[in-house]
Design a binder for this molecule. Structure first.
Ligand SMILES: [Mg+2]
Length: 264
């Protein structure tokens, strides 16, 4: 939060500077926006903002190759996005569209229509952890992250909780498919229940033999098993493309925003 404070002061100073130049410019001639010249500081800020928006678009559209950390120049940008209104609005948009699709789809109502949810950054938010670790600027540290997971205090993503309840009320069976290790089963269940998630059909986690598998492979295999069990995967919600792509894909996939990390 301290960092945010600094950022705001910096941005406000930048804006004040910008406004001053702007006023000078409109003193004569037609009333059109004239971008101040010789103001590299402001232009750099704007350029970073644009570059990082471009980068985030690449992330969300799955255009970027595997990446390990966010670009250094985008640290404030990602922090601002995650803690500001942008992330919240994007989550709400995904949830709303997913809910509309879920309601429009005709269920067979034999208990075999299912919705798959990922857990981290889909149902539960690890933002408290990432806010202490540079919002993706630091290399992922399994040991430190496991300590956080073991606390079992990750809050619910509100928009996803609403979608979860909506699809359950519509009659979908809910499958939770997560890359978390089976050794975190107890704490994950406690955390999910504490955050408001109940009555899922199955929680599928990585067994020791799954640990070396890419998420895309692991999750495809598990979806394949669901289909073999006669289930129809209508919807799938996840913050990584590896939650959604591969084989036995859902009829509709819903990608939640996450510019902090990439899981292949
Ligand atoms: Mg996830």
């Amino acid at each position: 939060m301290k960092k945010i404070g600094y950022l705001c002061v910096f941005v406000m100073l930048g804006l004040a500077h910008c406004e001053e130049n702007y006023k000078k410019d409109i003193g004569s001639g037609p009333l059109v926006i004239r971008y101040p010249e010789n103001n590299e500081k402001m232009c750099i800020d704007e350029e970073v903002q644009l570059k990082c928006t471009s980068w985030r678009f690449g992330v969300e559209a799955n255009n970027l190759g595997p990446w390990k950390t966010i670009p250094e120049e985008c640290d404030d940008y990602v922090e601002d996005y995650m803690l500001g209104k942008g992330y919240k609005l994007d989550l709400e948009m995904v949830s709303k569209e997913a809910g509309a699709f879920a309601a429009s789809h005709e269920l067979v109502n034999d208990g075999k229509d299912i919705w798959v949810f990922d857990v981290d950054e889909t149902l539960l938010s690890n933002l408290p952890y990432y806010s202490e670790h540079g919002f993706g600027l630091e290399l992922f540290d399994h040991i430190e992250f496991d300590k956080w997971v073991e606390k079992g205090i990750a809050p619910a993503i509100q928009a996803s909780l609403e979608l979860y309840q909506e699809v359950a009320n519509l009659g979908y069976k809910i499958f939770l498919l997560t890359g978390r290790s089976i050794r975190h089963k107890g704490v994950t269940i406690e955390n999910l229940v504490r955050s408001g998630f109940h009555d899922w059909e199955k929680l599928i986690m990585r067994n020791p033999e799954d640990h070396a598998k890419l998420a895309t492979i692991f999750k495809s295999e598990k979806r394949n098993e669901m289909e073999k069990g006669g289930f129809r995967i209508v919807g799938n919600s996840g913050d990584q493309w590896s939650d959604l792509l591969g084989s036995s894909m859902s009829i509709r996939s819903f990608k939640l925003p996450n510019p902090m990390y990439y899981i292949p």
